[in-house]
Design a protein around this ligand. Structure first.
Ligand code: NAD
Ligand code: TYD
Length: 354
């Protein structure tokens, strides 16, 4: 029986990937996750007694641990979701981003290279290292510029995107120099269940329900392309199964929205599903606040390569996906309660003090 190793599998996208994988396949998964503030074993609770899932708490930069896991489980693939992922946190404190996204990714690549080089054929031929990255490495687009293709040059603007860009370059180099069979995906903004509420969509849902301000940065006209997380997970499965070694694939939802449009949509769905006691709209809680430094204006993904070459398409529209997401937060009060811990409240105090 084959096995896959998923790093960062207790985070938002990683846990959705693992849940989706175990629901649809027999192949076991070993999750390696450091359980930072963003990692949450509760996300995987549904499979906690399933022998196909093993959660190992540790750092991708721990050579001894990673090499031990590789040698013990002999995975046919390593999927790297582990990262520091929040732009605002990278502005307050870039060091963790440099450490995990660059230094520890380098260490992971070295561990994996050593393992892969010693595999016997045909396992060596079949092995894949799939690196999950972001569209933010391409920088910011004007309102009318064409969407990012895989050929777009790297122009990262935040400490987060610069650290992800560096990791993408390392992955590329480990393929070109050492022949490591890598695949890279660059995805747009994900949303859906288990999203840690520091990011726009879950933050707005929870702030609305808690009667707090809905803090929209700047003029609210920054544009993001939104992809339902399960569609992203399906894309990663497809790239793992059929992607060409050494290639990168852009993944997007074809759902460009301004932040204000997103917040309005969330307010309207909440007005319908859980109206405010006073009958007013949640839109009344919207507040325009100081802009994020260096705030990228627009991201847009041209996903034609993965659509045409690998036959992937998103199944969820923004309208269906965002409704499912709000419904998920309303129907999981225990998860919501637990993630709003002291550390989370500390972050809100730091970021939204004014
Ligand atoms: P997340 O912050 O929710 O989860 C990251 C996970 O990685 C957490 O479980 C954390 O504990 C773990 N982790 C952090 N440092 C680690 C380390 N050194 N060793 C082991 N585990 C570690 O992030 P996410 O939103 O799930 O993003 C997953 C990946 O997808 C990241 O690489 C991110 O850059 C990329 N991405 C995210 C989005 C998005 O919209 N969220 C979009 C495109 C790409
Ligand atoms: P975010 O979810 O942090 O993702 P990213 O910065 O990686 O795209 O933010 C999405 C957009 O929402 C981004 O343009 C910043 C904006 N935003 C706000 O306006 N208010 C907020 O409180 C947050 C967290 C984000």
């Amino acid at each position: 029986m084959h096995v896959i190793l998923v790093t960062g599998g207790a985070g938002f996208i990683g846990s959705n990937f693992v849940l989706n994988w175990l629901a649809n396949q027999q192949e076991p998964v070993v999750v390696l996750d450091k359980l930072t503030y963003a990692g949450n074993p509760d996300n995987l609770a549904h499979y906690q007694n399933d022998p196909r899932l093993q959660l190992v708490v540790g750092d991708i930069g721990d050579r001894a641990l990673v090499e031990g896991l590789l040698s013990q489980h002999q995975p046919r693939a390593v999927l790297n979701f582990a990262a520091e992922s929040h732009v605002d946190r990278s502005i307050h404190g870039p060091a963790d981003f440099i450490e995990t996204n660059i230094v520890s990714t380098f260490s992971l690549l070295e561990s994996v290279r050593g393992y892969w080089q010693n595999l016997a054929e045909p396992a060596r031929q079949a092995f894949r290292f799939l690196h999950v990255s972001t569209d933010e490495v391409y920088g910011s687009l004007s309102d009318t510029a064409p969407a990012f293709t895989e050929q777009h040059r790297y122009e990262p603007n935040s400490p987060y995107s610069a650290s992800k860009a560096a990791s993408d370059h390392l992955v590329r180099a480990w393929h070109h120099t050492y022949g490591l069979p890598v695949l890279t995906t660059n995805c747009s903004n994900n949303y859906g269940p288990y999203h840690f509420p520091e990011k726009l969509i879950p933050l707005m849902i929870l702030n609305a329900l808690n009667g707090k301000a809905l803090p929209v940065y700047g003029d609210g006209k920054n544009v993001r392309d939104w992809l339902y997380v399960v569609d992203h997970c399906r894309a990663i499965e497809r790239v793992l199964a059929a992607g060409q070694v050494g290639e990168t694939y852009n993944v997007g939802g074809c759902n460009e929205k301004t932040n204000l449009e997103v917040v309005h949509t969330l307010c309207d769905i909440l007005d319908e599903l859980q109206p405010r006691a006073d009958g007013a709209s949640y839109r009344e809680q919207i507040r325009f606040v100081q802009d994020r430094p260096g705030h990228d204006r627009r991201y847009a993904i041209d996903a034609s390569k993965i659509i045409e070459q690998l036959g992937w398409t998103p199944q969820e529209s923004f309208e269906t996906g965002i409704r499912k997401t709000v419904e998920w937060y309303l129907s999981h009060p225990e998860w919501v309660e637990k993630v709003q811990s002291g550390a989370y409240r500390e972050w809100l105090g730091k970021q939204y003090a004014e």
